[in-house]
Design a protein around this ligand. Sequence first.
Ligand SMILES: *Cc1c(COP(=O)(O)O)cnc(C)c1O
Length: 408
Amino acid sequence: MNFNTKLIHGNHKVDETGATNIPIYLSNAFAHNSAEKLENIMLGKSMGFAYTRISNPTVNSFERRIASIEGGLMATSAASGMSAIYLAIMNIVESGDEIIASSGLYGGTYTLIRNLKSYGISVKFLDNINEKTLNDNITEKTKLVFAETIGNPKMDVLDIDEVSKACKDNNVILIVDSTITTPYLINPLKHGVDVVIHSTSKYINGTSNSIGGIIVDGGSDKYKHMKFKNFSEFNKFGKMAFTAKLKATIGRDLGPALSPVNAFLNLTGVETLGLRMREHCKNAQIVAEYLESSDKISKVNYPGLKSSAYYNIAQKYYKSGASGILTFRLSSKENCFKFINQLELIYNLTNIGDTKTIIIHPGSTICAGNTEEEKEQMGVYEDLLRLSVGIEDVEDIISDIENALKAI
Ligand SMILES: *Cc1c(COP(=O)(O)O)cnc(C)c1O
């Protein structure tokens, strides 16, 4: 099956009712006619459902659909992108371990990882994650490298092949957040990444009607290495050790389950991911070129622009487009605010990956809790705006921008 067909039919069989959409199973628990059957389900010895915090038919269908389009062995959903990231990281590290993370991460992830210090987990944030910086910074205690395919809002592009090779050579797990790029643009698992995360609240859901996250396990032999002592009792699950541990330990302990209603909304939304991403990429490229041509804008950051330091890497990995997010600089915070206040079509809110075009001034909002030094590392300046380009007719997006630029 090809990509768009998988979005609609991947890992799905019509049930005996003939319903073409997957039903929403709003039931916390599932009854079984024998004690043995429930015992086997609870022990993971046979397939079935027991309790929705652990597993639910609608949620399971969504997980199988994402695993199918991402090329993963298995996917585990969570109540939000943040909880997916937290589960995936804490499934791997223990007190005394080290994490290496990109400094260009989404603000919430940056703060989450920084705050792991209080659990005895140390973190090195690197401005550039590549083979050399990894080889220089990985120690015996390093268990995990965390990066984004395209950094939000730094707009830096990860050279996935190079980074996954360095992680393989050093026996370190590589987790990549592909929220911005989605399975339409890249399947990081095919490039040697161990675990892929998405905030499904963004492009996967598509219309911002439900918060959610997902962890896709590509399978790895790295957990067998003696460094990962915490995996020893899960190595009997072979390549599935990561998911087996996740489901038996932190996933169950913390319990941030995705609601079956949200799983249904995501299943509906993801059917049009290919169509939407094509338009997001096309519109973002046009808007980026338009912004770059304006003398009021000092810098536009979009990996699809030749002026981007990441243009060549983006051309290598993102032949179908560089996604829908870009940032640009308007010389002062005052200009940014004036510009936002003049916009009529474009929403000023904290979100990305919606069908609607969205703008935000990251410095005063999503990154307000970060220090000046952290903001600088994240590529967030006082005069920076982030635009998530929607799938409206691009003439209307540009006309709104053109009009607002007149106020500056
Ligand atoms: C939004 C976002 C998150 C967090 O996801 P939520 O669903 O809002 O919890 C993580 N990573 C990236 C890249 C994001 O854009």
